[in-house]
Design a protein around this ligand. Sequence first.
Ligand code: HEM
Ligand code: SF4
Ligand code: SF4
Length: 529
Amino acid sequence: MLAVIQKTGNRLFRVVEGVADRFFGPRLNPFYQLGGLAFFFFWIVAGSGLYLYIYFRTSATEAYQSVEYLTREQWYLGGVMRSLHRYASDAMVLTVVLHLLREFCRDRFSGVRWFSWVSGVFLLWLMYASGIGGYWLVWDQLAQFVAVLTSEWLDQLPIFSAAMARNFLNEAHLSDRFFSLLSFLHIGIPLVLLLGMWIHIQRISQPRSNPVNGLAWRTLLAMLVLSLLKPAVSMAPANLDKVVTQVDLDWFYLAFYPLMDHWSYSAMWLLAGGATLVMLFLPLLHRQKRSKVAEVELVNCNGCERCFVDCPYGAVTMQLRSDGLPYEKEAVVDADQCVACGICVGACPTATPFRRRGAHLAGIELADYSIGELREQIISVSAKLQGKARIIVFTCDHGGDAEPLQAADTAVVKLPCIGFLPPSFIDFILSRKYAEGVFLTGCSAGNCYHRFGIDWTQQRLLNQRDPGLRQRVSRELIDCYWDGSGHSRPLKMELLDFHAHLKEMAEHEHVRDIRAIDGPGRDETRSER
Ligand code: HEM
Ligand code: SF4
Ligand code: SF4
């Protein structure tokens, strides 16, 4: 059942993300930066909130007027700030809920990710508590509706010595002191939320807690335009002596309130508590089959730290050398943190297929899939290839299905993550003529399942990251296609295109070879090449 929901959701996300890719491009695609966007909205809410607080009166009798002043008299700044505060809070809910659904559908919530998931569940409560508390402060009819229902709901729990709802019985019962307390809670809870957000990303290395600049500015601009075109306004002032019969709900924060109005409070607690418990235990209910984790082969480790820097999960630490070899440090893998993506193997300078003596072993290896096995696999698939433009396609466990690309002149090798492939293996394939071209594919750009597999691979190919691809390797013979949307047609078209390009190159090479053999400068021409 869980698997069906995940699969359907994942397919849906892929379609929507594909459309967004075409619209924004992978770099600015908001679906790939939902966590970072949630942070960004938090900062907008915090900044605009600070401004509002300068003018806000923390008493039940003056609060409404102070907000009205900002909205009407100071519409050009205070009004804009109020609208930004409202819309950024709504956008935060939207991005967080999408972020949650996406991590769930992409199967990124169990195993070592349990910490991010479980801390995320607490963030949900804190985020709603922060936002709903904000609605009370305006002290209009919506605030009254929310305050009465929430306090009656909270009174179901034996946490307060006196019933909280008593404060909202009628106008005479609402004291300024209680209202001031609510205002301070509206600052305190978001601060705890911020602390929770910080804890949430502690187990992730290099967390993307900011959206890229282009997306951030566009989002802020869109919020400003919306704030000017449709400013946030209050309803009529609250009056506890009258019952509120109609409200304009904010569906992002208050979607559960109509239900609360109709169901019993106990039923609402059952729903909220039950959903929270299910979410908290979801990582336990859904245990993934774990591949064997990475292991350090100390004799081949020179302590260069590349695996430590490149591991997307902070699973590698550098510790003092323990084997007497003349290096200062050695890599150590924390098995509880490792997801066996193999990105560290791609980062290790000793992961080379060219070694003449001894076994092909890198400083760090996946127990299930060594670089020696990868080397053997390349040699074995190459032996079956035919034609003048033979291609080896490398794909990953999480991208689109590349198996159908297999043909007489095309072999497909599946890796745990594309970042597993050390660049020296591309050099090996092309220089030893195991194929005429190498084609890399996997997840979508900016959306690598293992976070940095695509980024690190691209940087290694461009020699912007160690270990880089040697200069002698012609980049013309390598093609990368990052689109994990699952649509096989564009992938096939790209491969056909690359195939035609390789064929054309082979033709030119053939003509040049003939000229070189016929002409006087034979040796010179060859060496020039
Ligand atoms: C205030 C709300 C939240 C914020 C600001 C936030 C932010 C983030 C950020 C910045 C990352 C790192 C993304 C990356 O660098 O790849 C992340 C990862 C993650 N978040 Fe959240 N998050 C929030 C709520 C949630 C919730 C409600 C859940 C689910 C219950 C959740 C589940 C996860 C998981 C599982 C990861 C790990 C992804 C991975 O390891 O690839 N988050 N979050
Ligand atoms: S990348 Fe390889 S050589 Fe460098 S520290 Fe890690 S295991 Fe050792
Ligand atoms: S396999 Fe992946 S998670 Fe494990 S140590 Fe290597 S890079 Fe880190």
